[in-house]
Structure formats: structure tokens, C-alpha cells
Write a protein that binds this ligand. Structure first.
Ligand SMILES: Nc1ncnc2c1ncn2[C@@H]1O[C@H](COP(=O)(O)OP(=O)(O)OP(=O)(O)O)[C@@H](O)[C@H]1O
Ligand SMILES: [Mg+2]
Length: 432
């Protein structure tokens, strides 16, 4: 005689057994699904490996293809999500040989900047890419930061940020592999007379760019300060969707000795766009990006460089557009700025908003500049704009067309960080 209750002898145990059976069943189903998914992933990797061997490079470690490549090979939704999640974890690591193959021995240059030369390349399936080959002279610290930052940037996904497919970190080759942007950088459309974008589209580009920066500052896992917002770092897709490029790069690249950056203070950023505090020995916050974005907005507004040379060869004057905008705004004559920029009636309201948002963004004190979320909302007309205060009051006794000595559009202060607004010669000190 057994005292153990059996399912038939005890009516209460039936539901318990049923529950246990369902739990075990569910676990088995999950385990089998997981196993199938793992197998499919391994198969995908093997297939890509075969492709590489077919290209005559059997010795190299297998590189993983970017999400878009794998996505096109998979039909089922759950697998797609599973693979995307895995690929989102970290960007791919490529070998120097991979890069040579992708770029056909670095055959096509897309451009060059402070960090190195950018080449066009493509994956085996034809997906284009841009390979930024970084200058070889990287300090130990910069190398460490490079590795650390790859993780952050690789996990950063937003429609208005250029996607990082992967990187190469080798003794002799350091490179970043980005998605390819068909229409190149915004500067070419702002400053070349032969390549123009209609102003309404430029306004959309401004809003998209602001959303990309807002994501870096306010929405992604870890706050990222760009430090180098400028038209050259806004890239455009085939249909002119803007994507911010090089985010985080300034944090892990050793920029000393690069012409676009002062070597006196070791500050980051590009003259003309860098916030005043970047040139001072004080802490810098994400608001430095807001300042740079403001400078970019002025350039979008005017479709011109903020600093331009006026007059004849004999008597030249520099005109600083942001100060001109402020002067006209203060006079209540924004209309003259908008019409001188060739902006039509249909875009007038947007242009007026852009003027005011730009003036708010370049306020001297970082805390007076708006957060990027407000910038987006003001540009889109969803948030009322309080009339801006004078952003350049520390630059006394100057007019927009008498900024001789200034070598960029960047706000100028004493390099010691002391507001030198009482000195009439403050603008005669070049930044670089
Ligand atoms: N992902 C990309 N797709 C297409 N073209 C690109 C891409 N990235 C860069 N380029 C091209 O290469 C040029 C140089 O870019 P790079 O970022 O090296 O320099 P920069 O932006 O002018 O200066 P900085 O080094 O200060 O960022 C860009 O102006 C653009 O024309
Ligand atoms: Mg760049």
C-alpha cells in the first residue's frame, strides 16, 4: 500500500500536474525555437564565410555582414528581429585585408577631413559603404578611447545618424566603416552656387539634424556629446534625409596638430562652430553642440558661410552673418535678412523661426541655450519662441561688418576665460 497520492486517487492533483506539464511543454518549445534560431544564425555565418572564400581570401578571419545585408537574406519576421538584436549588440570588426577588398585598394576617395581620408567601398552583395581611414598617428590614449567608443557608437541607432557598420583596429590600420551617403555633405549644397537645395528642403534638413543631435543628447542609452557639429558633418541620403556623422569621434581621436583645431588650448571643435567654453579651461557640457547647431542654422538661413569677406582687394572687411542677423532682429527688421537670403514668402514664417532659434542657440552662457528637444519643437512651430536676448553682448563696439582680426565666426573671448567685454580690442585677437 502506498501513501503517495496518485492523480486518480486525489482529485486536487490533476490541475497541478496540468500546470507542471504546460510549463515543461512551454520550456521545451522555447528551447527548441532557440536552438533552431541559433542553427539558422550559424548557417548564415557559414554562408557568408563561403562567400569570402569564393572571393579568394580564405585565410582572413570571417567578418560579419551588416544588418541590412543579412536582413535581405532572411524571410521570417522573428528571425529577422533576433538577428537584428544580435547585430545591434556591437559593430563588426574588419581586417585590413577586408578593407582593401571592400575599397578595391582604396581606389575611390570621397573626401578628407581632420581625422583622415574617406574612401568608397562596397560589401560582397553590392551594399555601398564609406571607409574612413584614420590618421596613423594615434596616441595610446586615443587608441584606448577608439576601442571604448566603438561600443557606444555601434549601439546608436537613429534615422538622423549615420550608421556605423564596423571598424578596423589593427596595428597599422585604424578605420571606421559607415553607411554610404549618396549626396555627400551639406556644406557642398550651402556654399557652392552650382549645387542648390530649395530652402523648404533645407528647413527639413535643419529639423532632421536637430532630431539626430537630440537623440545623442537626450534619447540614447549613454549621452553623447558630438563636439563637432558643422555642415561637413551632416551627410545626405539619396533623398536628402540628413544624418549626423562623426558623433563621438571627437571624444576618442587625438586631434592635436590638426589644422582645423586650435593647438594652443587643446580645445575641441572647429573654429566658427565651436562654443566659447570649448576654448576655455572650464567644464564643457552638451550645450556646446547646441551652440554649434545654432551656427549651422545661420548658415542654412543664409546659404552662405557665416564669415565672409566684403569689399575690394584694397579695402577688405569681414562680415559675420550671425551678428548681422542679431542687428536686424534688434531693429525689428528681420524681413530684410529673410529677403536678402532669397527666401520666398511661403517659407517666411519658418525662416523667422529659424532666425530666432539660431539666436537662442548661440547664447554666450551655455545654460541660456535651449535643450535640443526645445530646438526641434521651436523649429517645427510646436513651441512658442520667446524673443531671444543679445547673444553677442560680450563683443562690444563691433558691427557685423567690422570684425577685422576674427579668423572665424566663433564667439571670441579672452583665452583665459575672462569675459573681456570692456576691451575694445577683444575682437582683434585671432582664435587660431
Ligand atoms: N558616410 C559617408 N558617405 C559618403 N561620403 C562621406 C561619408 N563620410 C564622409 N564622406 C565624405 O568625406 C568628406 C570628408 O569627411 P570627414 O568626416 O573625414 O571630414 P570633415 O567632416 O570635413 O571634417 P572632420 O574631420 O572635422 O569631421 C565629407 O565631406 C564627405 O564628402
Ligand atoms: Mg566629418
Amino acid at each position: 500500500m502506498s501513501s503517495t497520492p496518485s492523480p486518480s486517487s486525489n482529485g486536487d492533483s490533476s490541475p497541478a500536474v496540468a500546470i507542471v506539464t504546460s510549463i515543461v511543454g512551454a520550456i521545451v518549445v522555447i528551447a527548441v525555437t532557440y536552438f533552431i534560431l541559433r542553427c539558422m544564425l550559424i548557417r548564415m555565418r557559414l554562408r557568408y564565410g563561403d562567400g569570402r572564400r569564393a572571393s579568394g581570401d580564405p585565410e582572413q578571419p570571417t567578418a560579419t555582414v551588416p544588418a541590412t545585408t543579412l536582413d535581405s537574406r532572411i524571410g521570417t519576421e522573428p528571425v529577422e528581429k533576433f538577428l537584428k538584436d544580435i547585430l545591434k549588440e556591437k559593430p563588426m570588426r574588419f581586417t585590413p585585408q577586408d578593407l582593401e577588398n571592400f575599397t578595391q585598394n582604396y581606389g575611390q576617395v570621397l573626401g578628407s577631413g581632420g581625422f583622415g581620408v574617406v574612401y568608397k567601398g562596397q560589401f560582397l552583395n553590392g551594399l555601398p559603404m564609406a571607409v574612413k581611414l584614420l590618421n596613423s598617428a594615434m596616441s595610446k590614449r586615443a587608441e584606448e578611447q577608439f576601442v571604448a567608443e566603438i561600443g557606444t557608437i555601434g549601439r546608436t541607432y537613429h534615422i538622423n545618424l549615420v550608421k556605423l557598420y564596423g571598424f578596423c583596429f589593427d596595428k597599422s590600420v585604424k578605420a571606421l566603416v559607415y553607411e554610404y551617403m549618396e549626396n555627400g555633405s551639406l556644406d557642398k549644397y550651402l556654399f557652392n552656387d552650382d549645387q542648390r537645395i530649395e530652402w523648404g528642403k533645407l528647413h527639413e534638413i535643419a529639423v532632421g539634424t536637430a532630431k539626430g543631435i537630440r537623440y545623442l543628447h537626450e534619447e540614447c542609452q549613454q549621452k553623447i556629446v558630438h563636439y563637432d557639429i558643422k555642415p561637413a558633418n551632416v551627410l545626405l541620403t539619396a533623398n536628402f534625409t540628413p544624418k549626423v556623422a562623426d558623433f563621438g569621434l571627437a571624444k576618442f581621436c587625438d586631434r592635436e596638430g590638426i589644422s582645423s583645431v586650435t593647438t594652443l588650448t587643446g580645445a575641441r571643435g572647429t573654429p566658427g562652430y565651436a562654443a566659447p567654453e570649448l576654448w576655455m579651461p572650464i567644464p564643457v557640457t552638451h550645450k556646446c553642440d547646441v551652440y554649434s547647431f545654432g551656427m549651422l542654422l545661420f548658415e542654412i538661413l543664409g546659404r552662405r558661410r557665416n564669415l565672409s569677406v566684403l569689399g575690394t582687394e584694397q579695402s577688405q572687411e569681414l562680415e559675420w552673418f550671425p551678428l548681422l542677423v542679431w542687428t536686424k532682429f534688434e531693429e525689428g527688421n528681420m524681413e530684410s535678412i529673410i529677403s536678402s537670403c532669397g527666401i520666398g514668402e511661403k517659407d517666411r514664417e519658418k525662416a523667422e523661426r529659424m532666425c530666432q532659434v539660431a539666436l537662442w542657440c548661440v547664447q554666450y552662457k551655455p545654460e541660456e541655450r535651449p535643450a535640443m528637444n526645445s530646438v526641434v519643437r521651436m523649429l517645427e512651430g510646436e513651441q512658442e519662441i520667446v524673443p531671444p536676448t543679445h547673444p553677442f553682448h560680450y563683443m562690444t563696439s563691433v558691427s557685423a561688418s567690422s570684425v577685422s582680426g576674427i579668423t572665424s565666426g566663433t564667439a571670441v573671448t579672452d583665452s583665459t576665460g575672462i569675459d573681456d567685454s570692456n576691451s575694445s580690442s577683444v575682437l582683434e585677437r585671432p582664435l587660431i
